[in-house]
Design a binder for this molecule. Structure first.
Ligand code: 3HC
Ligand code: NAI
Length: 710
C-alpha cells in the first residue's frame, strides 16, 4: 500500500522499532493509517534486530482518535482498531505508547492495546466519543475498567472529560510520566520491559478492578449524565458495555458486544447530528474567499465601553485569556459597581475551586477602570456595550472613531441595532464590526461576529481568530434585525405568546420544548432574560414600523412588561417566583385570556405538545431558510452552531437546519402550509420561505424519481 509508508513511519533506534503515526493534523486513525501501523508491527515482529516497539505520534499529538469522516460510510473497514490491538498484544515483544499532546478516543484505545504507556507531563487523555454520540469502539469500554476500575472508567467514558498525565498516572491509565525526553524515556522503558516479568502484560488479561457493585456505580454515573441529556442514546450504550466488561464472557465476545453497540450508534441520527456539529464548528470560523495569507491585526489589549451586565462579562473573557482590559464607564460610581461585579464573579470562582486566588489576583491586576476616552487611545480593540440606544451608541462610536489609534478595531455588542449605521458614526466603518456576545458573556460559548457592509476583511478575520483565543465558538452573520439567532428567535417567541393567548399555559409550553430537548423552555427563558428588555425592543421596532400591523403581535409580553412583571428579577413574569423556582400563576392565564377576548383569538383546550413544538420550531427553521437566501449566514451549518452554542438547542438534533433535513423538507413545508391554514395566516407567519419551497420541490422530484431508479 503506497500511502502506508508515509502515514506510519518505521525506524529503528537502539534495537527498538519506532512506529510514528504521521497523519497531520491530528494523526486520525483512518483505514490507511491503521493499515500502516499493522504493516509496521508485522515488520517489527519479523525483524530479529528489534527487541521492542514504541508507538509515537508526529507533530502536535499522539493521536486525536478515529478519523470521524470515515463514520459516514456506515461501516469500519479492516484492519479495524481491534485487529491492530490484538496484533500488539500477541506481538511477543513489548510495545510502549509514547503519548504527547493528546491521546483521545481511538488514540487512547490504541495506547491501551499497548503493553505500557508513558506520557509527557502536559499530555491530555480521554474518551470524547460520547460527545460525538458514539462510544469507544476499539476495546476502550473493556480495557479501561481493567486498568482503572469501574468507577473511574465509568466517569471518564461517560463524561468524555480529558485528564492530564498526573491524574492518568494516579488512576492507572498510564504507567509513567516522562521527566524530560519522552521518546528517549519510552525507548528505555521498552528495553527494560523486555527483561521484566510483566513486560508483556496486557490490559485484556487483567481482571476488572473495583467491580463490586459495578451495576450501581455505573447507573449512578449514567443518571448524572442523563440529567443533562435524557434523550441521549450513547451514554446508555456505554453503561451496557462497561457492565458487560464485568461479565464472564470471553474477551472476544466482549469486543463483539462493544462493536455492535458502536456501529448502531455510529449509524444513528444522534451521532450523525453531533458529528455534523463537530465539523460545523470547525467550518464556521472559515471565511469564504478570504486570502489565507492575509495578515491579521495584532490584538494584545482591549478596551470596553460600559461595565454593565454585558461589559463586565465581556471583560472577563479577555482577562481569562491573560489580556489587559480597560473598562470605561460614564461615571465613577457605575465604574466602581462594574469592577466590583467582576471581582465578585472571580471570587465566586475561587470559592468554588474553579480558580486559584493567585489566578484571580493576576486577572484583577490586568483590569483597569476609566472614565476618560483618552485611555482608549492605545487599545488594539474596543468593544462598546452601552445601552441599546442608537443615539447613545452613535455618540460613543463617534468618540471612539476619533480617539482610537489607526488600525484599532471598534466593535459593537448591539443585539438589535443596525451595525452599518453604528459603523458610519465612527467615521472609519472599515475598522468596525459587531461582536455579539450572549449573556452571561463569560460563560456562553457563542459569539456572533457581524460583518458590516464596509468591514475590512482583515478586521473580520482578526475577530474570528480572537474568538478562538477567548474560547468562543464564532459564527459570521450579515447585518439584519437580530442577526442570525435573535432574528430566528422572534418567530419562536411570537408563537409562544399566541399559544398562551389561545389557552396553553407557560408550564405546558416549557414542558413541551424541554421535552424536545431545549435546555430551557421559552417562558422560563424570557423570565431570565427580562420581559422588560424584550418589551422595550418591541416598542422600538413598532415605532420604526417594523412589526406586523396587528395589536395582537407579541401582545402578552408587552402587557406583562407594562404590568411590571419583568421576569425572575421582579419575582414575577410569565411565572410567579418562589425564590428561583417558577410557579404557575393563574393571573398570567387570566391576562392571556383577557387579551384573547380583546383580539378575538379563540381559546382552546386541545393544544398538544406536538402542536406546541411545531408552532414554535417550524417557523424558526423557516426563518433560517430566509437567512440563507439573503446571504446573512454563509452556511446552513453556521445556523446550527448559533442555535446549539447560544440558545440551548439540543445538539442531539444537530441544530435547526440539520433537523430540517432529518424531518424532510417536503414534510416541513407541508406542515407550515397546514399551520398557516389552521391559523388563518393573515400575516404570512407560516408561508414557506421561497428557498424552502424550491428545495422541497427538488426533494419531491427526487422522491418521484426514486421508484424508476430502483
Ligand atoms: N477525525 C477527523 N478529523 C479530525 C479529527 C478526527 N478525530 N479531529 C480533528 N479533526 C480535524 C478537524 O476537523 C480540523 O480540520 P480542519 O482543519 O479541516 O478544520 C483539524 O483536524 C484540526 O482540528 P482542531 O482545529 O480541532 O485541532 P486542535 O489542535 O485545536 O485540537 C483535538 C485537536 C483536541 C484532537 C481536536 O481536534 C479534537 O477534539 N478532535 C476530536 C477528538 C475526538 O473526538 N476523538 C474521538 C473520535 S471517535 C473515536 O475515536 C472512535 C473510536 O473509539 C473507535
Ligand atoms: P446594562 O444596562 O447592564 O449596561 C450598560 C452600561 O453602559 C451601564 O453600566 C451604563 O452605565 C453604561 N453606559 C451607558 N452609556 C454610556 C456611555 N455613554 N459611556 C460609557 N458607558 C455608558 O446593559 P447590558 O445588558 O450590559 O447591555 C449592553 C449592550 O449589550 C446593549 O447593546 C445590549 O443590547 C447588548 N446585549 C445585551 C444582552 C443581554 O442579555 N443583556 C445580550 C447581548 C447583547
Amino acid at each position: 500500500m503506497a500511502a502506508t509508508g508515509t502515514l506510519a513511519k518505521y525506524a529503528i533506534r537502539d534495537r527498538v522499532a519506532i512506529v510514528t503515526l504521521n497523519a497531520p493534523p491530528v494523526n486520525g486513525l483512518s483505514q490507511p493509517l491503521r493499515a500502516g501501523i499493522q504493516e509496521a508491527l508485522h515488520q517489527a515482529k519479523a525483524d530479529a534486530a528489534v527487541d521492542a516497539v514504541v508507538i509515537t505520534g508526529a507533530g502536535k499529538m499522539f493521536c486525536g482518535g478515529a478519523d470521524i469522516k470515515e463514520f459516514a460510510a456506515g461501516e469500519i473497514t479492516e484492519p479495524d482498531l481491534n485487529i491492530v490491538c490484538a496484533l500488539i498484544e500477541t506481538l511477543g515483544k513489548p510495545v510502549v505508547a509514547a503519548i504527547h499532546g493528546y491521546a483521545l478516543g481511538g488514540g487512547m484505545e490504541l495506547a491501551l492495546g499497548c503493553h505500557h504507556r508513558i506520557a509527557a507531563h502536559d499530555a491530555q487523555m480521554g474518551f470524547p466519543e460520547v460527545t460525538l454520540g458514539v462510544l469507544p469502539g476499539g476495546g476502550g469500554t473493556q480495557r479501561t475498567p481493567r486498568l482503572v476500575g469501574v468507577p473511574v472508567a465509568s466517569d471518564l467514558i461517560l463524561s468524555g472529560r480529558m485528564i492530564g498525565a498526573s491524574e492518568a498516572l494516579e488512576c492507572g491509565l498510564i504507567d509513567a510520566v516522562a521527566q524530560d525526553d519522552l521518546l528517549k524515556e519510552a525507548i528505555t522503558f521498552a528495553l527494560d520491559a523486555k527483561d521484566r516479568a510483566d513486560g508483556l502484560r496486557t490490559a485484556r488479561a487483567l481482571p476488572v478492578k473495583d467491580a463490586a457493585n459495578a451495576k450501581d456505580t455505573i447507573s449512578a454515573t449514567l443518571a448524572k449524565v442523563l440529567r443533562r441529556t435524557p434523550n441521549a442514546h450513547a451514554p446508555k450504550a456505554i453503561a451496557r458495555c462497561i457492565e458487560f466488561a464485568a461479565s464472564d464472557a470471553s474477551f472476544e465476545d466482549r469486543l463483539i458486544f462493544e462493536r455492535k453497540e458502536f456501529l448502531e450508534l455510529m449509524n444513528g441520527t444522534q451521532s450523525k447530528a453531533l458529528r455534523h456539529l463537530f465539523f460545523a464548528e470547525k467550518a464556521a470560523v472559515k471565511i469564504p474567499n478570504l486570502d489565507k495569507e492575509l495578515p491579521l491585526r495584532p490584538i494584545e489589549c482591549v478596551g470596553i465601553i460600559g461595565a454593565g451586565t454585558m461589559g463586565g462579562g465581556i471583560a472577563m473573557n479577555f482577562l481569562n485569556a491573560d489580556m489587559p482590559v480597560t473598562v470605561l464607564e460614564i461615571a465613577q460610581d457605575a465604574l466602581d459597581r462594574g469592577i466590583e461585579n467582576i471581582r465578585r464573579t472571580f471570587a465566586g470562582n475561587v470559592e468554588k475551586g474553579r480558580m486559584t486566588l493567585a489566578q484571580m489576583d493576576r486577572r484583577m491586576g490586568l483590569l483597569k477602570g476609566s472614565t476618560d476616552y483618552a485611555d482608549m487611545a492605545d487599545r488594539d480593540l474596543v468593544i462598546e456595550a452601552v445601552f441599546e440606544n442608537m443615539k447613545i451608541k452613535q455618540d460613543v462610536c463617534a468618540k471612539l472613531g476619533e480617539v482610537c489609534k489607526p488600525g484599532a478595531i471598534i466593535a459593537t455588542n448591539t443585539s438589535t441595532l443596525d451595525v452599518d449605521i453604528i459603523a458610519e458614526a465612527t467615521g472609519r466603518p472599515d475598522d468596525v464590526l459587531g461582536m455579539h456576545f450572549f449573556s452571561p458573556a463569560h460563560i456562553m460559548r457563542l459569539l456572533e461576529v457581524v460583518r458590516g457592509a464596509k468591514t475590512a476583511p482583515d478586521v473580520l478575520a482578526t475577530a474570528m481568530q480572537l474568538a478562538r483565543r477567548i474560547n468562543k465558538v464564532a459564527v459570521v452573520s450579515g447585518v439584519c434585525y437580530g442577526f442570525i439567532g435573535n432574528r430566528m428567535l422572534e418567530s419562536y417567541l411570537r408563537e409562544m405568546d399566541y399559544l398562551l393567548m389561545e389557552g396553553a399555559t407557560p408550564a405546558q409550553l416549557d414542558a413541551a420544548l424541554e421535552g424536545f430537548g431545549m435546555a430551557m423552555g421559552p417562558c422560563r427563558m424570557m423570565d431570565m432574560a427580562g420581559v422588560d428588555v424584550n418589551a422595550f425592543v418591541l416598542d422600538g421596532r413598532e415605532a420604526e414600523g417594523a412589526l406586523p400591523d396587528t395589536p395582537s403581535y407579541r401582545a402578552l409580553v408587552r402587557k406583562l412588561g407594562a404590568l411590571g412583571r419583568n421576569g425572575q428579577k421582579a419575582g414575577k413574569g410569565y411565572y410567579r417566583y418562589d425564590g428561583r423556582t417558577p410557579v404557575d400563576d393563574p393571573e398570567v392565564n387570566q391576562i392571556a385570556a383577557d387579551l384573547a377576548a380583546e383580539f378575538g383569538i379563540r381559546r382552546r383546550n386541545d393544544i398538544t405538545d406536538a402542536e406546541i413544538c411545531d408552532r414554535l420550531l417550524y417557523p424558526l427553521i423557516n426563518e433560517g431558510f430566509k437567512i440563507m437566501e439573503e446571504g446573512i449566514a454563509y452556511r446552513e451549518a453556521d445556523i446550527d452552531v448559533v442555535w446549539t452554542a447560544g440558545y440551548g438547542w439540543p445538539a442531539l438534533t444537530g441544530g435547526p437546519m440539520h433537523l430540517a433535513q432529518t424531518i424532510g423538507l417536503t414534510k416541513l413545508r407541508d406542515r407550515l402550509i397546514g399551520l398557516g391554514q389552521q391559523t388563518q395566516d393573515r400575516f404570512d407567519f407560516f408561508t414557506p420561505a421561497p428557498l424552502l419551497q424550491r428545495l422541497a420541490d427538488a426533494e419531491g422530484r427526487a422522491d418521484e424519481r426514486l421508484p424508476e431508479a430502483v
